[in-house]
Structures are given as C-alpha cells and as structure tokens.
Ligand binder design. Structure first.
Ligand SMILES: *Cc1c(COP(=O)(O)O)cnc(C)c1O
Length: 410
C-alpha cells in the first residue's frame, strides 16, 4: 500500500462532503514492475500489453516506453493506442472481426493481425487485394491437446469460439498459398489458451509445447516463421495462495532447449492482468452498517457496478480498511469491533457483494475500504451505469509519489 494514499483520502474528505469513491492507479508501480519483468526475459522474447485488462490511457502512456507494443481487440482499443502513439507496434486479435475493423486496422498500420478463422482469412485476402495493402498475419490456433494447465478461464485445448481448430491448419495454409492471395503474409502463430495461471512450471511446459508444435508445422508445410505469440494468462492471486512466479518462469524459459533453438524467431508474450492487477486500488467509503437476521452488513458508496470482478468470479475481493476521522453528525458513529461483516455496494440487488463474511478488527461508518488488486478487469468489465449512480473518481500515482486526477471519469 502506498504511504500517500491515506493523505490523499484525507484531502478528498476536506474538499468534498460526499463519501469517497475512487480508483487509484499506481503508474509508478506499474513501471517498476514491468522494468523488473523485462530484466529476466530471455533475449528471444518480447513483451506486449493486452490493453483489455485496463485500457486507461494514462496506463498505456506509462507503459509506452517499456513494452514492445500493445495487443488490441477492437477499433475502440485501436483508437486509444493510436491516440497515445502513432507508431507503436500493435497486435490486432479477437474473434468476430468485421470488415470495417480489418480495414481500419490495416489503415492504422497494425503490425500483425491474429487471424481467428478461415472465413476471416478469406475476407482479409480479398480486402487487402482490393485496397492493395499488404499485411502480416499470425494464425491463432486452438490446439487439440488436453495437456494445457487447468485454470478458471480456458480458451484453448477444448471446444471454443477462439482461434482456428488445429485440424484446419492445412486448409489455412492452402488458402494462404492460393494464387488469389497476393497481399496476406504468414509470419507465425498465435496461442492464448488460458487466463490466470498460477503455475510457472506448467506455463513453461505450455509455451515450449507451442514452440515444438510450430517446429512440426514448419517441417510439414515448409514455413518460414518469424513470430510465435504465446499469449497472456499469467495469474494473479486474490487470496493468500502464491501468485505467478515470473522470475522462475523466465529462468526456466531461458534454460529450455526450445527457446535456445529459436534463433531469429521471436517469442511474444501479451499479458494483461499480470502487468496491472496489483497496481490498482478501488476505494469505497462505508455509508451504513446494519444487522440483519444475525448477520452484519457494511454498505459502501460504490459496488460491483464499478468493480465487477468479485461478482464475476464469485470470489471475495481482498481489501484493507483505512480509518478516516471525518464524522459530522451529532449522534454516535456506528462501529464494529472484532466481527464478521459482509461488504456490499449501493445497488438494489443482492448480487452487489464484494466480500462475504470478512473478519474486521475495527470498522466504522465513514472509514474507507481499499480493495487491492483492482487494476485489471475491474472497472473495465463493470456495468457502470446500472442504477445511474455517479462514476468513481480516478487518481494516478506518478513518479515520486505524486498524485494527479483525471476529470474524465469514463
Ligand atoms: C485477454 C487476452 C490477453 C490477456 O490475458 P491475461 O489473462 O489478462 O494475461 C492476451 N491475449 C489475448 C488474445 C486475449 O484475449
């Protein structure tokens, strides 16, 4: 926890009579973290940021000097990245691409398009021919294997809407080699099979399996492959269990025969969660505390319409309590001591729950609850306008523990 957050919250109370409700993103923390990640990565590897985890423009700006580029999956995301940089490399993925998206992506000079189906490949061939624009592609493959690590979110190694079935590779290659194709060039393969994997050893096994697969396809089809994109999916722990061990992952990777044999083929990673999750805080002030049928509830200004991750995953979201002094009423301030409390939001639905039966030492109305690990898939996946409450504020911690706010709350 950043030592200045307390000061910031006190200042917010001095300036504004309303209960606190804000996101705080630690940009300096993200930069330090990514610099550390880069230090141990083997020389054949490149780091991209999948912006869907958190497309906040200030985060993208903070990452711009550090990462190789950004992975995007829509024109909205493409625009955000291009507003930050006209030239930074972009990987364009995502299922269900429309013609206007493919055209815009080519116009905005994305580096690679991740092709997700045979139809998409055919459309791309015809669009690029018409516009006389060349494009490099990676084929996203859904592998026929049951050896992938088992995580909560699986996109590959089982039936899914993502990527091209491994059994269709031969057909994809023959489409690419057809004389109709004059402008689409195969640079490599893309895999993104899972999310939130905690096991570094298994992640190395998965990545080296990808590389071996690509080696086989190179042999069988006589391909010249420049890029293997091994996706994201590095896990973050939301409870006491250990998170993903990046130094172990990168050291095992560096020792692997498969990575040593890559020669000039580049291995890409495009994490989202692992880059930003730990550097976001969602802060919501306790507005009421009440007992109901023997259970205690703390109701906060905010909820799952701002941070839907706990409801989406059905987990308890880790938090810390920050005691704040402000209490302007002539009657007694409600207070809990050493009790269990369920933390809920301001929405008119019992689903609006952030933590069930948390043990707290002291919690008072007017204290702030700081939900940690709220940097990834929290604000961005939430139904912000359900019930029409005001959006949270957004604050950013920059170099030297300075804060800046963003008036734009969208
Ligand atoms: C979502 C996504 C990522 C990032 O996944 P994380 O689990 O956040 O690391 C990377 N690549 C693709 C194709 C994605 O859809």
């Amino acid at each position: 926890m950043n030592r200045n957050i307390r000061k910031l919250l006190t200042e917010m109370h001095e300036k504004n009579p309303d209960p606190i409700c804000t996101y705080i993103y630690d940009l300096a923390g993200i930069q330090k973290h990514v610099k550390n990640m880069l230090k141990t990565m083997p020389k054949q590897t490149n780091l991209f940021y999948a912006i869907k985890a958190n497309p906040d423009k200030k985060i993208i700006q903070a990452l711009l000097p550090l990462v190789k580029g950004f992975e995007i999956a829509s024109i909205g995301e493409l625009k955000i990245v291009r507003e930050v940089s006209k030239s930074v490399p972009i990987l364009f993925g995502g299922p269900c691409k429309k013609d206007y998206e493919l055209e815009m992506a080519i116009k905005e000079n994305v580096s690679y398009i991740h092709v997700e189906s045979l139809l998409e490949l055919r459309k791309l061939i015809s669009l690029t021919k018409k516009s006389d624009k060349h494009i490099q592609v990676l084929l996203r493959i859904n592998l026929r294997t049951d050896t992938l690590p088992k995580t909560k979110i699986l996109m590959g190694g089982r039936p899914s809407q993502f990527g091209i079935d491994e059994q269709l590779i031969e057909e994809a290659i023959s489409i690419l080699r057809d004389e109709e194709n004059t402008h689409v060039h195969l640079s490599g393969f893309h895999f993104h099979s899972l999310s939130n994997n905690m096991q570094a050893e298994l992640h190395v096994e998965m990545v080296t399996y990808y590389i071996r697969k690509v080696e086989q396809w190179k042999e069988i089809y006589g391909l010249d492959i420049k890029v293997i994109n091994a996706g994201g999916g590095f896990g973050v722990s939301y409870d006491d269990s250990p998170g993903f061990d990046w130094p172990l992952f990168t050291s095992l990777l560096a020792q692997s025969q498969e990575v040593s044999n890559l020669s000039d083929t580049q291995l890409f990673f495009e994490p989202g969660r692992f880059i930003v999750a730990d550097y976001g805080y969602y802060v919501a002030e306790v507005v009421d505390i009440k007992m109901s049928v023997g259970h205690c509830y703390a109701l906060v200004r905010g909820g799952t319409h701002h941070n839907r991750l706990p409801a989406s995953w059905g987990h308890n979201h880790p938090f810390a309590v920050e005691h704040l002094a402000r209490w302007n009423y002539p009657f007694q301030r409600p207070e809990l001591n050493n009790s269990n409390v369920t933390i809920v939001g301001e929405l008119c639905t019992p689903k609006d729950q952030l933590y069930k039966d948390a043990k707290v030492e002291v919690l008072r109305v007017g204290d702030a609850i700081i939900f940690e690990k709220s940097g990834a898939y929290c604000w961005t996946i939430s139904h912000h306008d359900f019930l029409g409450h005001p959006h949270p504020a957004f604050y950013y911690i920059t170099e030297g523990d300075h804060y800046e706010s963003n008036n734009n709350t969208d």
